[in-house]
Design a protein around this ligand. Structure first.
Ligand SMILES: [Zn+2]
Length: 200
């Protein structure tokens, strides 16, 4: 499967998911069957937020997605290593950085950037400090006093920042991308509707 086919399957899966939501039925993955092997068509770097489980929102079954979840869908060495492993081992052609509306990690980072407070935990700080550089310039944007607007743009900027960091994340990833074997795209999940918007 190439990255275009994988992208199409994710889009169709999310469409099924939102249709199930509208019908009020519980979204159930189609393929709840044990898999002896994994052959993931996509790698998802998503947020840990309890409302955004990748397999459900893309309506995929066991073995279909290689999922890395971390608050704020940040890129740190362990995320890059996980992606290198999946891309090299399974030949997975697509990485999706999946951010989402109402992201707590983004809100916490914005709070810290707009006040003098710092995180009490160095571990939490390691997440905030990876998000901050990608969104700090938004504070100078007209309209940034409006918290909802600022958060909206910050979520998107953070997704794009992670995409950029992965594209230049390592020699292995650069080689796979350069040879056309791997494509990295950004996408935003909307908590309000269940829809995923893929960035171009
Ligand atoms: Zn989040």
């Amino acid at each position: 499967m190439n990255h275009i086919a994988a992208l199409e399957r994710l889009k169709q899966g999310n469409q099924r998911f939102t249709e199930q939501l509208k019908q009020g039925s519980d979204p159930v993955p189609k393929k709840v069957q044990l898999q002896a092997e994994q052959n993931p068509m996509a790698i998802i770097l998503g947020c840990s937020d309890a409302r955004v489980p990748a397999e459900l929102v893309f309506d995929q079954g066991l073995g279909d997605l290689f999922v890395i979840r971390v608050a704020g869908n940040i890129v740190a060495p362990s995320q890059i290593g996980s992606i290198e492993f999946a891309a090299a081992t399974f030949g997975t052609p697509l990485v999706v950085v999946l951010g989402h509306s109402q992201c707590g990690a983004i809100a916490a980072t914005l709070d810290q950037l707009t006040s003098d407070s710092t995180s009490t935990s160095p571990n939490l700080e390691s997440i905030v400090s990876r998000i901050a550089p990608g969104i700090s310039t938004l504070l100078e944007m007209p309209g940034s006093q409006d918290k909802a607007t600022l958060t909206h743009y910050a979520v998107r900027a953070n997704i794009r920042a992670s995409v950029g960091q992965l594209r230049q994340g390592s020699r292995i990833l650069e080689q796979l991308i350069g040879s056309g074997e791997l494509t990295v795209v950004g996408a935003q999940y909307y908590i309000e509707s269940g829809e995923v918007e893929f960035f171009e």
